[in-house]
Design a protein around this ligand. Structure first.
Ligand SMILES: Cc1ncc(COP(=O)(O)O)c(C=O)c1O
Length: 308
């Protein structure tokens, strides 16, 4: 390549044209980049990828990902959020950030299947053990927690059985023994109830489901309220290199009222809730099920923040 053609290519990349500042729209802009440009070497050396006050590398944040992280944190009632490439990756990053060889993690017996498979395979091979607990019995969970237990997973409603546990009771049982709790809030989607108000430490969601809704996005989020906890997850995120596609962020509208290219999010979430209530009624009627724990049960069976 001749010098002059190389100069002209460089000139195209570092083009003098700057679009006017101040463009604003309801949709968040899609910024896609691996390398970001620093003003000078001093700025490069001073970079700090842990915080959202600047950009360091595409994997660690762009205006698009930072904006979605902030919105999900607000929706969940948390303070910080990290995006990952899928809901299962959100489960995995919590496990990898918080568990070390010799530790134990407790999972509800109706946990999302692939979360259990992760514990049964990779975690076991890394020296982390797991046991299943009955999510409908907080006292039994309390009795299971031992010195090795470092993390208790919660899920509400539980995958497939749709049992709705006493989240506050389970979180209190873990907290009393100094053990962290992490909730898979995919079903609640940040709309059904406010997990941090129930004493939960970490909340993840498969954004693949309600927040995106179009069937074309795979993404997950991990939200916290504690800076030290967030930093542990963020550090693991950086070391794992789990970036997300910026266009997926743009298709993900965390606000319950904001529209996706298809339907408002609350409108997508409500039919699922109603179907759950209908199947509860149907099971009770047809098979005389002794108990059906979907949140459609009377308020006494729901966590307090779930009564609307
Ligand atoms: C409760 C729950 N958690 C996590 C996931 C994982 O999400 P993803 O498919 O984005 O990995 C799912 C997906 O079905 C889910 O239902």
């Amino acid at each position: 390549m001749s010098e002059s053609s190389r100069d002209s290519i460089t000139g195209l990349i570092h083009h003098p044209y700057q679009p006017p500042a101040g463009f604003d729209a309801p949709q968040v802009g899609v910024f896609k980049a691996s390398t970001v440009i620093f003003k000078d070497t001093k700025a490069l050396r001073a970079r700090d990828w842990r915080h959202r006050d600047g950009y360091t590398y595409g994997l660690h944040g762009t205006p698009t990902t930072f904006t979605l992280e902030e919105r999900i944190a607000t929706l969940e009632g948390g303070l910080q959020c990290v995006l990952v490439p899928s809901g299962l990756a959100a489960v995995a990053i919590v496990d990898f950030a918080l568990l070390r060889p010799g530790d134990e993690v407790l999972l509800p017996n109706n946990v999302y299947g692939p979360s259990r498979e992760l514990a049964r395979n990779e975690l076991k091979e890394f020296g982390v053990s797991f046991r299943l607990y009955d999510p409908m019995d907080a006292a039994a969970l309390a009795a299971m927690i031992g010195p090795q237990t470092k993390l208790v997973w919660l899920e509400a409603a539980g995958s497939v059985t749709m049992e709705f546990p006493d989240l506050a009771g389970l979180a209190a049982a873990a907290k009393a023994r100094g053990v962290l709790t992490a909730l898979d809030n995919t079903w609640g989607a940040g709309i059904a109830f406010k997990p941090f108000e129930l004493g939960i430490d970490i909340v993840m969601q498969a954004l693949t489901k309600f927040p995106s809704g179009g069937g074309d996005v795979l993404m997950g989020s991990v939200t916290t309220r504690d800076n030290a906890l967030h930093e542990r997850i963020k550090l693991t995120h950086m070391r794992m290199g789990w970036g997300v596609a910026d266009w997926c962020c743009a298709r993900c509208r965390p606000s319950p009222c904001a529209t996706t290219p298809t339907t408002p999010r609350r409108a997508r979430w409500r039919p699922g809730w109603r179907r759950g209530r209908r199947s509860r009624a149907c099971c009770t009627r047809r098979w005389k099920a002794r108990r059906a724990m979907h949140t459609g049960r009377p308020p006494a069976h729901r966590p307090p923040a779930c009564s609307r």
